[in-house]
Design a protein around this ligand. Structure first.
Ligand code: NAD
Length: 455
């Protein structure tokens, strides 16, 4: 059994050998990664079902298809991303070759979270492989079935000299972090991100942080309330609310709230029936510990449950739950909810809603639902967040052409598509000069006489 430092040393010597540099090597590994996902789709779906009771459709959409799309996009484009980018020049560099060269960083560490345990590891891996790095991946121990499947499959399909999986929880990760990496890509909570930064500071390792936060859904002005309720319910209760970009709370006027509630009831009954616990299309909470945290939040809340509220500890089940009369200092507003609980808070004006959003840390996404483009544009202009989507939720993160990441407390850096390739590359500024124009260059050598410079 290799120690962590032996794993890192082995990968580093592979990286130094230059094996990951050729385009063909990267292409082969990306193609093998595609085969890994396609050949083992059934096992992947079973593991995701074991971990979170993920409905098959949700697992295919948000884990398998998103990974396959990212792989197709990277395989089709990474050769062009690798090319030197020639830049504009001035008179003094007219005869030189001036370009940006994308270079791999070296041995990178990717730490995953449990809520989308396949996607959150494989998407950054696609970017890191395309950029020519060696990789240590650390899946989340909380999604144990997917963790062990990934640990079994990656060495079977990918180069063992260049890519390794290390499994384990907090203690294992802390020990792993004592090693020097050339980049750390972390997905998870803000609390743990602080220890990741501390560990990274010892080696001055650059870090990408994919974190969470409280994503608001602001419903304002004229709006198609039935469609709004369906899209909101879908985005919120997909994966039982355990999505970093799930709408965390709703902001709307009292009148909109009163129209929204029956529409939400209809949407939820339509999606999950009147007995959601028996519906196979609703995920479960990942662990008893996470279930307990959510039940505590619910218990402490002074809000009024108007939809759902039922739970079953044995089954790690919480019904899709909606609360009203929730104040800004309620327990549900203290931290990211990350579960199937949706508080609705009321604001009467556009400015009030914008002020409310801006009083909180910058979220991973801001959602605004409105038929009025002036409302959408005002919220877009006057707030800041990792991403933004009007009249829907979550869906903006499925496009590999858009960067995915936070801002401020919701995360640093981004990935997906070319954005991930850039994250795992160093942009090296290169100037290739010859010996021409030496007389002209002579102007810059001392002595700096006015006469020589013509001043
Ligand atoms: P987590 O921080 O508990 O765990 C994430 C990873 O960190 C796991 O691999 C875990 O083993 C490791 N870890 C846990 N404790 C550690 C410690 N003390 N030291 C070092 N490593 C440690 O997060 P989570 O509960 O798995 O995920 C939930 C959070 O992640 C939410 O805030 C959510 O919004 C966020 N999230 C963000 C994204 C994104 O892409 N921005 C995606 C998914 C989840």
């Amino acid at each position: 059994m290799e120690t962590h430092s032996q794993v890192v040393d082995r990968l580093r010597s592979s990286f130094r050998s230059g094996v990951t540099i050729p385009e063909q090597f990267r292409r082969t590994q990306l193609t093998k990664l595609m085969s890994m996902v396609k050949d083992n789709e059934e096992q992947i779906l079973n593991a995701l079902h074991n971990d979170l009771a993920k409905p098959k459709f949700e697992a295919i959409l948000s884990e398998v298809v998103i990974v396959i799309n990212e792989l197709h996009h990277a395989i089709a484009n990474f050769k062009s991303w690798m090319q030197p980018e020639y830049v504009s020049k001035n008179l003094a560099t007219k005869l030189d070759d001036c370009f940006v060269k994308r270079e791999p960083l070296g041995v990178v560490l990717i730490i995953g979270a449990w809520n989308y345990p396949l996607q959150l590891l494989i998407l950054p891996m696609v970017a890191a492989i395309a950029a020519g790095n060696c990789i240590v991946v650390k899946p989340s121990e909380v999604s144990a079935a997917t963790d062990s499947l990934i640990a079994e499959l990656i060495p079977k399909y990918l180069s063992q000299d260049c890519y390794a999986v290390v499994s384990g929880g907090a203690e294992e990760t802390k020990a792993l972090l004592q090693n020097r990496f050339d980049h750390i890509f972390y997905t998870g909570s803000q609390t743990v991100a602080r220890s990741i930064l501390q560990a990274a500071s010892v080696h001055l390792t650059p870090v990408t942080l994919e974190l969470g936060g409280k994503c608001p859904c602001f419903i304002y002005g004229r709006v198609n309330i039935a469609a709004a309720a369906r899209r909101l319910a879908w985005a919120k209760f997909f994966n039982a609310g355990q999505s970093c970009v799930a709408p965390d709370y709703v902001l709307c006027s009292l009148a909109t709230r009163d129209a929204l509630l029956p529409a939400l009831r209809e949407a939820l009954e339509g999606f999950y029936s009147k007995e959601p616990q028996k519906c196979p299309d609703l995920s479960r909470i990942v662990s008893p510990r996470h279930w307990m945290r959510l039940m505590e939040l619910l218990k402490k809340s002074s809000g009024k449950v108007v939809l759902g509220g039922e739970s079953d500890q044995e089954d790690k089940y919480i019904a899709p739950t909606v609360l009203v009369d929730v104040s800004e200092d309620d327990s549900l507003m203290e931290e990211e909810i990350f579960g199937p609980i949706l508080p609705i808070l009321t604001v009467e004006t556009l400015e009030e809603g914008i002020d409310f959003i801006n009083r909180k840390e910058k979220p991973l996404a801001v959602y605004v639902f409105s038929d009025e483009s002036s409302v959408v544009n005002t919220v877009l202009e006057k707030t800041s967040s990792g991403g933004f989507c009007s009249n829907d939720g979550i869906i903006h993160m499925t496009l590999p052409s858009l960067p995915f990441g936070g801002v401020g407390a919701s995360g640093w850096g981004s990935y997906h598509g070319r954005w991930g390739f850039e994250t795992f590359s160093h942009q090296r500024a290169c100037m290739l000069r010859g010996w021409a124009l030496e007389r002209l260059n002579g102007l810059r050598y001392p002595p700096y006489s006015d006469e020589k410079l013509g001043w």
